[in-house]
Design a protein around this ligand. Structure first.
Ligand code: ATP
Ligand code: MG
Length: 565
């Protein structure tokens, strides 16, 4: 495992990655009439995750960079696990990431007839045969890379017999699992993928697009190359697990005597503190460990969107990590770093208090309300300013007060003066407690000459606190997230399954936070920086009477800190 460091980050920005090198060589040599045509081929059996986002950025990115095209193709060859809900979510996610497939939205199932006809051609060339062995028999006879497979007793059936049986498989005469169509390639290839792999299996199942027309379905390797070939893909980019399938990809297309794209493998994205297998993510959803595929703790694109991650930050992240030939694990903090960097540029600043402590300013006129000017985004002057109300009673963050404060505590403490951001200097005169001794209110006094938080006489205060007016505010629920798993490699524990490594504290709900009134009517997914607290986005569960915010990411950047020295 190699870990990305700043050096590779720089490198990936300035030099060509190995896929770009291949493409540029092909363009130079005029291969494929100098076209670049890629595809993103998800199987619609789950929602897309951040690993898919990387593949999307790579495929659409290569097409964009080299004036080519990229198709969105559903690899829907497996009838039972696929659902229309997944198709819809995938379309939404790719669009949201900002990519456009034009009119090239394809479904592998649309090619079932062509695939069938080509399989018939292979039978006629004696390159495929119908085999009656059960799956168990096949695996018992399979051998090992150094030991040949036993030949199937059906391997030498005549062409006529194979054509007849294959037609009857298609016609539905045989039960599930009773027969397969197998490629006749090798009994002793050290590459086990080449040991007479199955091309078709019998599956009496309803398909989301072809209905009940088919009861035989093509296997991945047979189908995928043909899909690429039919769409005239030039560079078929896939993850490293398919490296030893490449000879089979090539064999199928050569034997079918059709156009052959070039398969190129790259390392899949792995993230720390994250599981990425769709099967595992589905289990989390089905067992209600999370609220759904779009739970903000999920590594899905829809979860990240709901959490407040922007498409720009996901694309920047994907660019930054580059393309590798060897599998590696990327620190999830780097993803958060990109999200933070993007939001810092764009998010409007507002003040919110999530753990309120009431402050009464005893020398401020009763009943008076002032509007104070606040900067919307110090990173972006064009964002302008807004007015926020201020009166005699406000809330501050409970942790910004300490009764017995150590010397270096520069926030509020008895007798100590602080600045209220955009408002005034205040000093704590009195601490009010309830019968249990809990601090419930602070009585303070303000300096009327410090309006705007400016020192009237050059005297300095070290702390600046955020605050919200106690009467003019919006009450909101705030959902705060921690990592979904307690360990950085939830797939890698030998004793415990990933489900036993779920973090029981990954979600905490703050029922009553106060936010300044300017967030009123904020749309779902609009994002803000709550000053000093982090970035927050409006959740879709919000109602007209209750705003709900998701914490997107905190302000502290653990990634740059760890990687700078
Ligand atoms: P599963 O989790 O069931 O193995 P999959 O991740 O292979 O599924 P597909 O829908 O087949 O899911 O993936 C679509 C494309 O996304 C494929 O080309 C695949 O290689 C790519 N892809 C999937 N996971 C990652 C990942 N972690 N990093 C980069 N690319 C990925
Ligand atoms: Mg797959």
């Amino acid at each position: 495992m190699e870990n990305k460091n700043e050096n590779n980050l720089e490198e990936s920005k300035t030099s060509l990655n190995f896929i770009e090198q291949i493409i540029e060589t092909d363009l130079k040599n005029g291969k494929n009439e100098s076209r670049v045509h890629t595809r993103f081929p998800p199987e619609p059996n789950g929602y897309l995750h951040i690993g898919h986002a990387k593949s999307i950025c790579l495929n659409f990115g290569m097409a964009e960079k080299y004036n080519g095209l990229c198709n969105l193709r559903f690899d829907d060859t497996n009838p039972t696990k696929e659902e229309v809900e997944y198709v819809d979510s995938i379309i939404e996610d790719v669009k949201w990431l900002g990519f456009d497939w034009g009119d090239r939205l394809y479904f592998a199932s649309d090619y079932f007839d062509q695939m069938y006809d080509l399989a018939v051609e292979l039978i006629k060339k004696e390159k495929a045969y119908v085999c009656d062995l059960s799956a168990e028999d096949v695996s018992a006879m399979r051998g090992t890379p150094s030991q040949p497979s036993q030949a199937s007793p059906y391997r030498n059936r005549s062409i006529e017999q194979n054509l007849d049986l294959f037609a009857r498989m298609k016609a539905g005469e045989f039960p599930d699992g009773s027969r397969t169509l197998r490629a006749k390639i090798s009994l002793d290839s050290p590459n086990m993928q080449m040991r007479d792999p199955a091309m078709y299996r019998i599956r009496h199942a309803h398909h989301h697009r072809t209905g009940d027309k088919w009861c035989i379905y093509p296997m991945y390797d047979w189908a995928h190359g043909l899909e690429d070939s039919i769409e005239k893909i030039t560079h078929s980019l896939c993850t490293l697990e398919f490296e030893n399938h490449r000879p089979l990809y090539d064999w199928y297309l050569n034997e079918a005597e059709v156009y052959r794209p070039q398969q190129i493998e790259f390392a899949r994205l792995n993230l720390s503190y994250t599981v990425m297998s769709k099967r595992k993510l589905l289990e989390l959803v089905q067992e209600k460990q999370v609220s759904g595929w779009d739970d903000p703790r999920m590594p899905t694109i829809s979860g990240m969107r709901r959490r407040g991650y922007t498409p720009e930050s996901l694309r920047a992240f994907s660019d930054r990590i580059g393309i590798a030939k060897r599998n590696n694990v990327i620190d999830v903090a780097l993803l958060e770093h990109n999200v933070r960097e993007d939001l810092n540029k764009r998010a409007k600043r507002v003040m919110a208090v999530v753990d309120p402590l009431k402050v009464t300013i005893k020398n401020y006129p009763v009943g008076q309300v002032e509007e104070l000017e606040a900067v919307n985004n110090p990173e972006d002057e064009s964002a302008g300013t807004r007015m926020i109300p201020f009166s005699r009673e406000i809330y501050i963050e409970r942790e910004d007060f300490m009764e017995d404060a150590p010397k270096k505590f520069f926030r509020l403490a008895p007798g100590q003066e602080v600045r209220l951001r955009y408002a005034y200097f205040i000093k704590c005169d009195e601490v009010v407690k309830d019968s249990s001794g809990k601090v419930v209110e602070l009585i303070c006094s303000y300096d009327p000459d410090s309006k705007g938080g400016k020192s009237p006489d050059g005297r300095k205060v070290k702390g600046t606190l955020h605050w919200v007016d106690a009467h003019h505010n919006i009450e909101a629920q705030v959902r705060v997230y921690d990592r979904l798993f307690t360990v950085s490699d939830p797939d890698g524990d030998k004793e415990k399954s990933y489900k036993e490594l779920l973090n029981p504290d990954s979600l905490s709900i703050i029922e009553k936070a106060f936010v300044e009134p300017s967030v009123k009517n904020a749309a779902v997914l609009s994002y803000f920086q709550f000053e000093r607290l982090g970035y927050f986005t409006v959740d879709k569960d919000s109602t007209d009477s209750k705003l709900i915010f998701n914490k997107t990411v905190g302000l502290k950047d653990s990634y740059s800190k760890e990687n700078k020295n």
